[in-house]
Design a protein around this ligand. Structure first.
Ligand code: NDP
Ligand code: ZN
Length: 354
């Protein structure tokens, strides 16, 4: 049996390289070799915040573009050698949850999230993809492999935040957290027609890129309560939508204090620590304010990747400003992941192209 190597979570707070047997490819599956990979803040929650429990010796990573190296007998639309976009979320499409419109939770809560959660992820010389026809998308020639890896997770997650917030023309939107995910929520809100967009973050580099994607107002949470700062700027008026893409559990209370009756708080942040979320009773209209709070895992699958690729191909979005640190060897993944953990001030997202 052939072996391959990958960067794994060895236990809580510990990463390292391990060897594993190359996974078997079932009739509808594919085996892929990464062309580009990017570490995610979610990998950091998993290893250093212990958010999913001990994923002992599990290869990390869920963002990649790739080359297909093997396909199962029933795979129709992909063949060996094809270049593909790989979504971070690869649902089981036959599940009743998928049929109900929530493929992220196929066969159980968050179960569409397989890479680096319930099976080995993309940080290896090869990785296994379930239901290849439903989960891979052909990588168009006009998208380079660096940009392609932003389609795995950053673009779909940020856009999911804007979609769940139902951002509409002219609305005022607050995006709490402007790492790569929040920046894509800013871009997604602007594409959906937002009027005023507040971007909350402290790092200058992220603030600059938030402006580039269309943020109209920058708020530094280190300069005082963001509720006060934003209310000062709006003359006390509430905002229409809040998208949470960073910060801790306190952001939900802040969002509810900011929002109008009937507004939507859309969370895409992965809550790695803490127990309960406190919602302020009065500002929630004593429970009757028609304020909706929704949290969502990004939708994966082929169709979403194909749509998002169109956004890049037709130059509605340029993801290159997200890519601040570039590497070119698989071994560099370790440094890339530690960058994601330590978040130096000039970092947005590292990318490893192979
Ligand atoms: P980053 O760590 O790069 O960005 C976090 C942002 O939040 C930064 O702008 C940071 O500001 C800001 N922030 C930190 N503390 C506060 C605070 N107290 N109040 C307001 N803002 C604050 O993360 P990513 O963009 O990479 O990821 C964001 C989240 O999305 C993560 O939890 C990640 O796991 C999750 N995620 C969720 C997915 C989904 O499907 N729902 C998919 C992928 C990721 P600064 O650093 O400037 O001080
Ligand atoms: Zn991720």
């Amino acid at each position: 049996m052939k072996k391959f190597k990958g960067l794994a979570m060895l236990g809580f707070d510990k990463i390292g390289w391990i060897e594993k047997e190359v996974p078997k490819v079932g009739p509808t599956d594919a085996l892929c070799e990464p062309l580009s990979i990017s570490p995610c803040t979610s990998d950091v929650h998993t290893v250093w915040e212990r958010a999913l429990g001990d994923r002992h010796d599990l290869i990390l990573g869920h963002e990649a573009s790739a080359k297909v190296v093997e396909v199962g007998a029933l795979v129709k639309d992909f063949k060996v050698g094809d270049k593909v976009i790989v979504p971070a979320i690869t649902p089981d499409w036959e599940a009743v949850e998928s049929q109900a419109g929530f493929s992220q939770h196929s066969h159980g809560m968050l179960n569409g999230w397989k890479f680096s959660n319930e099976k080995d992820g993309t940080f290896g010389e090869v990785f296994h993809v379930n239901q290849a026809d439903g989960n891979l998308a052909h990588l168009p020639d006009s998208i380079n492999i660096e940009d392609a890896v932003m389609l795995s997770d950053m673009v779909p997650t940020g856009f999911h935040g804007a979609n769940n917030a139902e951002v509409a023309y002219g609305e005022t939107v607050v995006v709490i957290g402007i790492g790569p995910v929040g920046l894509m929520a800013v871009a997604g809100s602007v594409l959906r027609g937002a009027g005023r967009v507040f971007a909350v973050g402290s790092r200058k580099k992220c603030q600059e890129v938030a402006k580039y994607y269309g943020a109209t107002d920058l708020v530094n949470y280190k300069d005082g309560d963001i509720v006060d700062q934003i209310k000062d700027a709006t003359g006390g008026k509430p905002v229409d939508k809040v998208i949470i893409a960073g910060g801790g559990l306190e952001t939900f209370g802040q969002a509810v204090k900011l929002i109008r009756p009937g507004g939507i708080v859309s969370n895409i942040n992965y809550l790695g620590t803490g127990d309960a979320i406190e919602i302020p009773r009065i500002e929630w209209g004593l429970g009757m304010g028609h304020i909706r709070i929704i949290g969502g895992l990004m939708p994966g699958g082929r169709k979403n990747m194909e749509y998002l690729a169109q956004v890049l191909i037709n130059k509605r979005l340029d993801v290159s400003p997200l890519l601040t640190h570039r590497f070119n060897k698989l071994e560099d993944l370790e440094e890339g992941l530690l960058l994601m953990k330590d978040k130096p001030r000039d970092l947005i997202k590292p990318v490893i192209t192979l």
